[in-house]
Design a protein around this ligand. Sequence first.
Ligand code: SF4
Length: 345
Amino acid sequence: MWSQLLTWSGREFGHLPWRKNRTLYRTLVSEIMLQQTTVSTVLQHYERFLVRFPDLQSLAKASEEELLVAWKGLGYYRRAKNLKKIAETIARDWDGKFPEQGVDLQMISGIGPYTSNALIAIGMDRPALAVDANLERVLARLHGLKTAKGPRLQKQILQLFLENKIVPERHMSFRALNEALMDLGRTICQANRVACEICPMKKSCIAHKQGKALAYPAGGDTPAKKAIEHELSLLRVIVGKPERLQAYQKEKGEWLEGQWELPTFVIETDDEKFKQYPALTKKIDVSELPTVKTGITKYSIVNYILKLSAEEWKTWKFTRETTWRDGTSAESNLSTASQKCLKKI
Ligand code: SF4
């Protein structure tokens, strides 16, 4: 069932640089780069990054500035920082060697189930499935899985995999299998477009046999969300208590015009034109602060929440005039993001 797929993938994509001279470090770098970035963009930056940081130790020792220069063009800088954090942890706590078990890999901050499975399957060529949206979709179609897309479907796929029901053959290369499924999902078996006639899996694909490829996974025909183009890290400041806090009103031409918002600063963005909030100039370690994720238009936002007393707030400079408001009352017309931050504390 799988040999045609593996042959096709090797023939079409075996040339990709992260599929040559394999090491776990090179696999880690490529996997982190390929999250949220297209193959063609990663191709322009991968080798250059590895020339600058050829191994885990060199990356662990890099300054933030060096790292960001090497990452330029790939966007989503948080991934670069994550990558460095992973390198530091492995260099410090694991004597520079990647742990081999998933449970140990996932103890490392920045490595979640997907990256852990990718390292095991692609890096170590051991049985594992790195289930992202591509694998989720392709496997739901191949096996006719009716569960709606999302965490439940991913869990179901991993469970079926453990029961040897997704891939009954255990003697194959799991590296090649994962890569081939990724290739299929990226090219022939896309979310809104399939080319079943040229698909190496068409003879065994349940969704194709039913003539319903696009119906899988369920929920897959909902309109695509607006593409996220930029990442933003914001600091949202809660001065006082939710019942009496400092807020300011958004002006004409700003996001959420007329609504009220917590004093907000930009910690980091990859959009140089972004002007909605002033930049954070105070030196603050935000790494331990609680966070809430939100999104607006083309921005994916991580909101860091800082609580201050009225006295402490007096030492801050904010470009807009703030006033006391009751953040718990509907009349306060607080933005959804500000309300989410209040709920978090
Ligand atoms: S046959 Fe069609 S639906 Fe099935 S895996 Fe191939 S492209 Fe996807």
